[in-house]
Design a protein around this ligand. Structure first.
Ligand code: HEM
Length: 397
């Protein structure tokens, strides 16, 4: 008996055309694997990865040193996501072959590929080769788990997808599982790694908040700072407010687009948006509006303190086939999008980013190097961002 099944006919989807239902199915399968039980099991795994990383990485050797933030946070993000969501086999491959393949796949995200994804360019050949090798590797992992009768001992996404079947009983084919795993790896990596880098950079300019975060852990979890758990993480409200505030000012995804499928009258105007037009919402516009967020340019995690919080998440909920979720379409706070295609990795991202932040705060203090003031503004242009260096001075607690 499969643990999850889907055919897109669940409540809320019955009016969706057949073709769209099948497109929605992978989303449903993935969502089934992001239960609070799974998230709970990820916290200790992510925390251990952070501890290991601090021990292994030359940047953290000695009483103090300098680190290149985006590079180090990208590494830490991939290690923590692969150890938890992707499973231990994938994590171990990141110490060897997978890192290069991932890099080549990543290079496929170049601006020219939005126009000419098929262009016979050297980086596209490498991308396609990497995609095939990675897909093969995932299928080998699945086969090994089945053939050797390995018992499910962790709640990773591969195990979840291996237990999924379509409504007619057909199990999810291995190649579909492999492709979904690659999609999840790519979907979560840049957004989470850039957010964790911004968290480090923002905290470097606010020693008061860095210290408050440390004191929050000492007072709520105990002076001996026991191993971090999911429940403990839920109690660290300032810690999650740091994540939330960072996403307000530095949302990694600047444009959320929707194609108009039926004529859309605009309330209170004589206009109707015709089909084939594409609408674009930019989270960075409403999140910088003083109407919603007083003194919007300031990074201030305390703006989310109980009573002050004004994210205006609407209460309207909807079921797209995997349980009730907030529609969120009228909120000015949109780093994870809204509606049917809202990010499915949101809770995972909070667990991953919250755990990384809490563990770094336990071990380190950090600040800008001499001569550097404040935090550089968000810049979405590819060439500039990739050529910039952001260093911090870190020292052990
Ligand atoms: C800070 C971290 C993250 C941010 C800010 C973020 C943001 C977003 C945004 C804005 C969208 C588009 C939503 C829309 O169109 O309304 C999206 C979609 C998506 N995200 Fe995330 N994301 C994050 C992390 C993750 C992670 C960790 C995963 C995977 C585990 C993930 C998986 C996805 C997927 C699969 C979609 C496509 C959903 C669909 O089209 O139905 N994201 N994300």
């Amino acid at each position: 008996m499969p643990e999850c099944e889907a055919d897109g006919t669940e409540e809320g989807l019955s009016d969706v055309p057949e073709q769209l239902r099948t497109q929605l199915t992978p989303r449903q399968f993935v969502k089934f694997g992001l239960t609070s039980e799974a998230l709970r099991s990820y916290v200790p795994l992510i925390a251990d990865e952070v501890i290991d990383f601090l021990k292994r990485s030359p940047s953290f050797k000695g009483p103090k040193g300098t680190l290149d933030v985006p590079i180090k946070m990208a590494e830490l993000t991939i290690y923590t996501a692969s150890r938890s969501l992707q499973g231990k086999e994938v994590r171990s491959k990141f110490d060897s072959s997978f890192a290069d393949l991932y890099h080549h796949l990543d290079m496929g995200f170049s601006p020219i590929n939005f126009m000419l994804p098929w262009a016979p360019l050297p980086h596209n050949r490498k991308r396609d080769y990497a995609q095939q090798k990675m897909s093969q590797t995932y299928m080998e992992i699945i086969k090994a788990r089945r053939d050797t009768g390995v018992k499910k001992d962790e709640d990773d996404m591969i195990w979840n997808l291996m237990s999924c079947a379509y409504k007619n009983g057909t199990p999810l084919p291995d190649n579909e599982i492999a492709h979904m795993m690659i999609a999840l790896l790519m979907a979560g990596q840049h957004s989470s790694s850039s957010t964790s880098a911004w968290i480090m950079l923002c905290l470097a300019t606010r020693p008061d908040i860095l210290e408050e975060l440390y004191q929050e852990q000492l007072s709520l979890l105990g002076a001996d700072l026991p191993p971090l758990t999911y429940d403990a993480l839920q109690r660290l409200s300032l810690n999650s407010q740091v994540v939330k505030e960072t996403l307000r000012l530095h949302a990694p995804i600047h444009s959320i687009m929707r194609k108009v499928k039926s004529p859309m009258p605009v309330d209170g105007t004589p206009y109707t948006i015709p089909i084939s037009h594409v609408l674009l919402a930019a989270p960075g516009v409403s999140s910088l509006s003083p109407e919603h967020f007083p003194n919007p340019e300031k990074w201030e995690p305390h703006r989310w303190d109980a009573g002050n919080a004004k994210d205006e998440e609407d209460d309207e909920t909807v079921d797209y086939g995997y349980g009730l979720v907030s529609k969120g379409a009228s909120s000015p706070y949109l780093p994870f999008g809204a509606g049917r295609h809202r990010c499915i990795g949101e809770q995972f991202a909070y667990v991953q980013l919250g755990t990384i932040t809490a563990m770094l705060v336990r071990s380190l203090k950090w600040r800008n190097p001499a001569g550097v003031e404040g935090v550089v503004g968000t810049d979405y242009s590819v060439s500039r961002a990739s050529s910039m260096k952001f260093s911090l001075l870190a020292s052990g607690r």
